[in-house]
Design a protein around this ligand. Structure first.
Ligand SMILES: C[S@@+](CC[C@H](N)C(=O)[O-])C[C@H]1O[C@@H](n2cnc3c(N)ncnc32)[C@H](O)[C@@H]1O
Length: 225
């Protein structure tokens, strides 16, 4: 796992689910986005990269807070919707979109961003090896002192170990594959970063049980969170 057929099916499943469910996660910003915005402001960050932006509930919030942001996802229609919403909200100039699969190297220059944010992208159908490559790519595209804030469902989640096993602590339910994180994986992905904080939170009706992880690329411009 994840073989290309399963990975391609995941992309199609997200596209059809978003098409059938406009604003699937609502239009309010998520709790981790609000926390991340405070950390990014404190760190003096301005240029953000968001991975797995979905339908943009958090992208639009960051734009309203005055950040410049590139929203990356592999579902084109969702990105088109984000661009349209940003234009309608008068923030079209500060929101860019990037159609890209995070299993491939990121299409950005070294040091291009001050901070990276992702809510429930790392816990998608990505193997540990693919996650390690992604973390290394984030290290490359962040400036020294840049922050990474990512959220993941973890092994304390009620769905952990249920559904169809897909290897590497991934399980499929309702057509979606989730990679459930443990402490060791968080530590492993922090290679080359300073691991600043891991905060537990819940979301949704289940509720999903998640961690918000904050890491910093060593270098100038360091701040505490
Ligand atoms: C659980 S949703 C979260 C969406 C958004 N962050 C939010 O919280 O509203 C995961 C998102 O990651 C995207 N995604 C999953 N795998 C991806 C990949 N390999 N490359 C790029 N985007 C991916 C999906 O299309 C979807 O938009």
């Amino acid at each position: 796992m994840t073989d290309p057929t399963i990975a391609g099916a995941q992309q199609g499943h997200w596209a059809s689910t978003f098409a059938a469910n406009p604003d699937m996660y609502g239009t309010d910003p998520s709790v981790p986005a609000v926390a991340a915005a405070a950390s990014f402001t404190e760190a003096g960050a301005h240029q953000l990269l968001e991975l797995g932006a979905g339908q943009g509930r958090d992208t639009l919030f960051f734009a309203r807070q005055g950040f410049e942001i590139v929203a990356l996802d592999y579902v084109e229609d969702a990105l088109d919707a984000i661009a349209a919403k940003a234009t309608a909200a008068g923030t079209g100039d500060t929101v860019g979109v990037a159609l890209h699969d995070v299993r491939e190297p990121l299409p950005f220059a070294d040091g291009a961003f001050d901070a990276n944010y992702s809510h429930m992208l790392f816990c998608m159908a990505l193997t540990t090896a693919q996650l390690e490559q992604l973390a290394a790519e984030l290290h490359r595209v962040l400036r020294p002192g840049g922050l990474v804030v990512y959220t993941v469902r973890h092994t304390g989640d009620a769905h952990y170990g249920t559904g169809t096993p897909r290897g590497d602590d991934m399980y499929e339910r309702g057509g979606f594959i989730v990679h459930f994180f443990d402490d060791r994986l968080v530590q492993r992905l922090a290679t080359g970063f300073d691991l600043l904080d891991v905060t537990e939170f819940t979301e949704g009706d289940l509720p999903r049980r998640l961690w918000r992880v904050t890491m910093r690329k060593p270098g100038h411009g360091q701040v505490t969170t």
